[in-house]
Design a protein. Structure first.
Length: 297
């Protein structure tokens, strides 16, 4: 598919979603508010993300330079940023709508995978002076895999296991960076069922397999204090659980490669943070739909 066909397909998809239910989420501040350029600004944003443009400035400049004939009503950069930020409430239902377009078999299964990734707004020493979106972000985030302290939020994803393929997210949440993975799990426990595979951070009372409510949580075995190595049975169990949960890590790697969602240092407001996270997740879902041959026509 060439870029023109891709852009048209994206625009038609956004128009279809907008007419379906997104129009109800568009902000209307006064009786005379101009709600024009809504479909277009969402299309421009997602198209820019999929074309590796990582900031609103880059997305706007590319559109102005190469796509002005396609979007003749493109406003000034300031108005463009204001418009996209005012549409913050649109991106979550858009993500849900895009999810519903996938085959139902992709969103069902007995095994679920759960993990989280940091959305970094400032890191190391700079995290103490960061003040953007204080109602969402905190300065006490820590990513063990990167050994990184940061100011920001945490993106938590639950996805269905599909052998040989990336998991499809069934639940996406945004938490403050300081909230532990175990606490996140406890918050969404009523919405889960069946077998859930996660890493050691979700463990409780050092139990690798724990049954709670209608859920059986599987995590790798932790070494006890003073224990030099795991015994053979525990190593086999940890290896089996890790191999089953590996696809969720591959999903985060794919998501970062497609959208650069993890770096949010250019975000300057709470609405901007919501747009950054859920807008890029929507771009990733559009990429999945395109991969599976979905068309809006």
């Amino acid at each position: 598919m060439n870029w023109q066909s891709e852009l048209i397909s994206l625009y038609l998809l956004i128009c279809k979603a907008y007419k379906s239910n997104l129009f109800a989420y568009c902000e209307r501040r006064t009786n005379y508010a101009n709600l024009g350029f809504t479909d277009e600004v969402i299309t421009i944003f997602i198209h820019g993300v999929l074309n590796k443009r990582r900031t609103l400035k880059e997305i706007y400049e590319e559109t102005k330079r190469y796509l002005l004939a396609w979007f003749p009503k493109l406003p000034s950069y300031t108005a463009f940023v204001q418009r996209i930020n005012r549409l913050q409430d649109v991106f979550v239902p858009l993500l849900e709508w895009l999810q519903a377009q996938l085959p139902p078999s992709f969103l069902s299964g007995t095994h679920q995978l759960m993990d989280s990734m940091p959305i970094i707004m400032a890191q190391q020493g700079r995290r103490f002076t960061a003040t953007v979106a204080p109602e969402l972000a905190t300065s006490n985030g820590y990513c063990a895999s990167k050994r990184l302290y940061d100011y920001g939020v945490k993106l938590s994803v639950v996805g269905c296991y599909r052998k040989g393929n990336l998991p499809i997210p069934t639940s996406v949440g945004l938490m403050n960076a300081g909230l532990g993975d175990r606490k996140i799990y406890e918050q969404i426990l009523p919405e889960l069922s069946g077998d859930v595979f996660a890493d050691k951070a979700y463990q409780k009372d050092n139990c690798p397999v724990l049954s709670e409510a209608a859920v059986v949580l599987h995590t790798p075995v932790k070494k006890q204090k003073g224990q030099p190595v795991l015994d053979a049975a525990d190593r086999l169990l940890s290896s089996a659980i890790s191999s089953l949960r590996q696809p969720i890590e591959s999903f985060f790697n794919w998501l970062e490669e497609k959208t650069s969602i993890q770096k949010a240092s250019k975000v300057r407001s709470s609405p901007g943070l919501i747009v950054h996270v859920f807008g890029r997740m929507a771009a990733a879902f559009f990429s999945l739909l395109r991969q599976y041959g979905y068309t809006a026509c």
